[in-house]
Write a protein that binds this ligand. Structure first.
Ligand code: FAD
Length: 470
């Protein structure tokens, strides 16, 4: 027998380690699929992600049951449990797909040591990304810290085909009694947010719908939150309910059917998949970015300790309508449109002058798609502390952003009911109105907590001091 240890790969199709074990079933024995609820990893979890994970696991188990097998579910320390399970199933090898965060790497190191001691073989595979960290390097042999060059090499490199699903005969015929724990039993409350449907079937539907239509207008429409022009695959890719090769193949197919403008749009989408891999390698080679600036400033940045402003931002009550709509989408859906993530992150760091780590922690607590590399990369970009960072002197104007990307205030009104009856022009000039006019238009919606023009100047001065220029 062999064990396949599922982690961020909650699927049976296009799963590299699972396919490799299945391929060896004749010589090494059938595959027993396993999931371990690891207490240490759960400590870093959050309700929306645990909800998504549990739903995806329930579907995964059904898929194995349909194939005459089952998913073994255990709870505790994987380095002990995998050794015990190897013994119980008389497994000669344990396989898994690589995960590139520091926490995962520590866990895997302990598992490798325990399996070695118990004389159980193990093997791990690159599955989460097309090109594993370190595969794409500069001509001098260094990992890339600038996306554009990384992207050119990423785009031009061959991509593997999706890996085949295991045959029924390659999976162990087992029947497990242990129930998957409930969210309660794992120590989390049901999330407030309405988390999107989890699992491979839902992910495949999202991919098919996207590749039918929106992918061809992605380049033009992706920044407009009401145009429904993005894939919404981020949580699926985070949890691996769909394989990255399957996603890429579907986009290539769309590209083959497309005219030249549409093909460019498909390529724009593919470059977002490359951003994901870029940030995965940034994290892999710079694990300290989870808590430290990627880019050092000579004097350090004197962030503002503004608890009240931070709280208003978290609650979506800053008095900047587009910012508040984004923050409320996050709370309601455990998701936020990319343009909005950029706007709210800029607002926290450049208008409230609050440390990006506060925002990152809040996103980590509420996003179903929180991915350490992408989340951190996004935050440090906005805070002008990351790779390819937004230059410190370029500060998003939240009112202009709202006007440009949500001209009819449709997105704003759908998340900020206090403004539902207010016309778009009034919403987009909220910061310029008198208190009496604001009171008249929407008495329950707050006045701006800060003056953007003043704060923009302060932000630039703060960064100049950090650079030793003031
Ligand atoms: P699409 O536009 O359809 O993109 C397809 C996929 O490409 C995404 O699912 C994602 O896997 C990847 N992708 C897209 N944009 C980016 C990007 N800028 N960086 C890296 N990968 C990208 N993305 C996450 O997956 N998890 C996060 O925790 C996360 N936090 C972010 C925080 C901030 C402050 C910012 C500015 C961005 C963050 N992003 C994060 C990136 C991006 O906002 C989301 O991936 C995207 O909004 C998800 O929606 P989608 O699947 O419809 O995206």
């Amino acid at each position: 027998m062999q064990l396949h240890w599922h982690r961020r790969d909650l699927r049976v199709s296009d799963n590299r380690a699972l396919a490799a074990a299945a391929d060896d079933a004749d010589s090494r024995g059938e595959v027993v699929p396993v999931f371990v609820f690891d207490e240490l990893i759960l400590e870093h979890g959050a309700a929306p992600r645990v909800r998504y994970m549990l739903d995806a696991l329930a579907e995964l188990r059904e898929r194995y049951r349909d194939r005459g097998s089952d998913l073994v579910v255990v709870r505790g320390d994987p380095s002990t449990l995998l050794v015990d399970l190897a013994e119980e199933f008389d497994a000669e090898r344990v396989v898994w797909n690589d995960d590139y965060s520091g926490l995962a790497e520590e866990r895997d190191e302990a598992v490798r040591a325990a399996l070695s001691d118990a004389e159980v073989e193990y093997d791990s595979f690159c599955d989460q990304v097309h090109h594993e960290p370190g595969e794409i390097r500069t001509n001098a042999g260094d990992p890339y810290s600038v996306f554009t060059y990384f992207w050119k090499k990423w785009r031009d490199r061959d991509k593997a085909d999706p890996y085949p699903e295991p045959e029924e005969s390659e999976l162990a015929s087992i029947d497990e009694d242990d129930e998957i724990p409930t969210i309660d039993e794992l120590g989390f409350e049901e999330p407030e947010a309405d988390v999107q449907t989890a699992g491979t079937e839902a992910a495949r539907e999202r991919l098919a719908t996207f590749c039918d239509d929106a992918i061809f207008r992605y380049e033009e429409d992706r920044d407009y939150p009401t145009r429904d022009a993005t894939s919404k695959l981020s949580a699926d890719l985070k949890w691996g309910t769909i394989g990255i090769r399957e996603v890429y193949d579907a986009t290539e197919e769309a590209k083959n059917d497309a005219g030249s403008d549409e093909a460019e749009s498909v390529e724009e989408f593919q470059s977002q998949l490359a951003w994901r891999e870029f940030y995965t390698q940034v994290l892999y080679f710079n694990q300290s970015v989870v808590s430290e600036n990627y880019k050092e400033y000579q004097n350090g940045i004197e962030w503002n300790d503004d608890e009240e402003g931070l709280q208003a931002w978290k609650e979506g009550k800053t008095g900047y309508p587009i910012v508040d709509a984004g923050m409320r989408q996050l709370r309601e859906e455990a998701y936020m449109h990319n343009r909005l993530r950029m706007i709210v992150a800029s607002f926290l760091t450049k208008d409230l002058l609050v440390d990006w780590r506060e925002g990152y922690d809040h996103f980590r607590a509420l996003l179903a798609d929180h991915d350490t590399g992408n989340d951190n990369g996004g935050w440090q970009w906005a805070a002008s502390t990351g790779t390819d960072a937004q230059p410190y002197f370029r500060v998003f104007n939240p009112m202009t952003q709202g006007e440009r990307y949500d001209p009819d205030a449709e997105y704003i009104k759908s998340y900020v009911p206090e403004l539902a009856g207010v016309d778009a022009d009034t919403i987009h000039s909220w910061h310029e109105l008198s208190d009496a006019d604001r009171e008249d238009a929407a008495p329950d919606y707050p006045a701006p907590v800060v003056d953007h023009s003043e704060r923009r100047e302060e932000a630039i001065a703060m960064f100049e001091r950090a650079r030793g220029e003031a």
